[in-house]
Design a protein around this ligand. Structure first.
Ligand SMILES: Cc1cc2nc3c(=O)[nH]c(=O)nc-3n(C[C@H](O)[C@H](O)[C@H](O)COP(=O)(O)OP(=O)(O)OC[C@H]3O[C@@H](n4cnc5c(N)ncnc54)[C@H](O)[C@@H]3O)c2cc1C
Length: 444
């Protein structure tokens, strides 16, 4: 069997690994010069290997973790990912929530009950919401937004600012007034209403390409720097830029699928698919990697930042890079409004945002910790189409396409998750099994 995958992101490479395991000859076409797609290494002249964007994984990413183990049988996962229990803390220490080391869902409820920086009323309302949602099996009306959900459950402005808005932006990259409540609840369900380890936070210890995409790419034939122009499926084969394959997983983002998919004849189902592909809107994420003059130890490896756009304090999260204790990354989700800012003041403002807020943290005052060192260099990477906008009512295509020899993969397929790594991996696995079943039916 001669099979192809178009796109070497996390979805395409997962599909490639699954197809390869059937004994097929697998060729992966990738426009970029390296593997990983939207979660990949970037080689910076001053800082060495950094990433295009800071990625946080959750213990709930079970398929991703299984793939990691499969591709690195000789390496303990702890060498590749730094795992810690759910811990949300603001840079100034004013807010702090830690999941307790007890059985789920008590770990979350206890975390909310003991959270610092919330009033008793806030804690009670948050716990009440979690209990009610669990009772409703984490189901929300299809067109409900996250903001409407929070309003229905009487979540105060402080609770939203400290907890729900950061969580919604981090997981859906869409503002609460536009974000789909059901997708948000799916994320909460799988991380908070599940065994305690599912809510753990995992940060890569190696660059994102080295985490597993490179190992996956090493098992198949890679055609890097090949921008596919035409994918033409018919009943028996799929032709890719004129080369004929027995089957194909198309794993590019929706806008690229719409551009390169050239069915020989249109039908009702192919028109529906093309309309669905065209309906996606996108949201950006800006990641600022900072090289400090000296190592620095903030109070926690992940801290929430308070935003104040009037002062250019635009950072939402700051991470200490696990690979280098003199590097930080600052994340700005749903960032499009901020892209207009002038670059020099942009970096200075964010640096003073971190300095000011961390200086107010009780640990900084208690241990007279030195302030953040000067910034030697920086790299700002803005991914304009980082994720699709996770809005209510979005019709997401299935992995099965109208053509038996072609299946679709990507975080945008109907995974039940927003645009996240685990969704990409699950979709890749499902797309591969859909194609394998179709091929078996065809040859059986
Ligand atoms: C800055 C940033 C931060 C993020 N943070 C997180 C996070 O913390 N946690 C989390 O879970 N998720 C996060 N995400 C989302 C996560 O990165 C994506 O869900 C995931 O990488 C999507 O993988 P994919 O394979 O579906 O798509 P992609 O990675 O987009 O893969 C598609 C591939 O197709 C290739 N391609 C496109 N057109 C062609 C063509 N014509 N010919 C050949 N190749 C083509 C592209 O180059 C790309 O490699 C983040 C995303 C970004 C951008």
């Amino acid at each position: 069997m001669k099979l192809a995958v178009v796109g070497a992101g996390w979805a395409g490479l997962t599909a490639a690994v699954a197809l390869k395991s059937t004994g097929a000859a697998v060729t992966v076409f990738e426009a970029a010069p390296l593997a990983g797609g939207r979660a990949r290494r970037v080689d910076d002249l001053h800082m060495g290997a950094i990433d295009n964007g800071q990625h946080l994984l959750l213990g709930a990413y079970t398929e991703t973790l299984a793939l990691l183990k499969h591709l690195h049988p000789e390496r303990p996962v702890d060498e590749l990912l730094h795992r810690s229990p759910l811990h949300l803390e603001s840079a100034d220490g004013d807010f702090c929530l830690t999941a307790a080391d007890v059985m789920a869902p008590l770990h979350t409820l206890w975390g909310l009950l003991t959270a610092r920086g919330l009033s008793w009323q806030d804690r009670w309302q948050a716990i009440r919401m979690v209990v009610l949602l669990k009772r409703k099996r984490w189901q929300a009306p299809a067109m409900l937004s996250v903001a409407q959900l929070l309003e229905q459950h009487h979540q105060s402005a402080r609770l939203c600012r400290r907890l729900w808005i950061p969580l919604c932006l981090a997981s859906l990259n869409t503002s609460t007034d536009q974000a789909c409540a059901q997708l948000f609840l799916n994320v909460l369900r799988d991380s908070l209403d599940a065994p305690r380890a599912r809510s753990d936070m995992l940060i890569p210890r190696v660059d994102l390409t080295a985490l597993w995409p490179q190992a996956a790419a090493d098992t198949v034939t890679m055609r890097y720097r090949h921008i596919v122009r035409e994918v033409c499926p018919n009943a028996a084969t799929v032709s890719i830029d004129g080369e004929v394959f027995d089957g194909c997983v198309l794993a590019t983002p929706p806008y690229a699928c719409a551009r390169i998919l050239k069915p020989s004849e249109s039908s009702g189902t192919s028109d529906t698919l093309l309309a669905q592909l065209g309906a996606f809107e996108y949201r950006s994420i800006a990641t600022l990697t900072l090289q400090l003059d000296a190592p620095w130890n903030p109070p926690q490896p992940i801290l929430l930042l308070d935003e104040d756009p009037t002062r250019g304090h635009l950072g939402q999260w700051v991470f200490t890079r696990t690979q280098a204790d003199d590097q930080l990354t600052v994340v700005i989700s749903d960032a499009s409004d901020y892209l207009k800012h002038e670059r020099v003041s942009f970096v200075d403002n964010i640096a003073s945002q971190i300095r000011e807020q961390v200086q107010r943290h009780p640990n900084s005052r208690r241990s007279s910790q030195p302030p953040m060192p000067a910034i030697r260099s920086h790299r700002l990477i803005v991914e304009k189409r980082a994720t699709f906008a996770a809005v209510p009512g979005l019709q997401r295509p299935a992995n099965q396409s109208p053509w038996p020899r072609l299946s679709l993969a990507g975080d945008w397929t109907d995974t039940g998750y927003p645009a996240v790594l685990e969704g990409a991996v699950r979709s890749g696995k499902r797309a591969a099994s859909t194609l394998i079943e179709a091929l078996q039916r065809g040859t059986g």
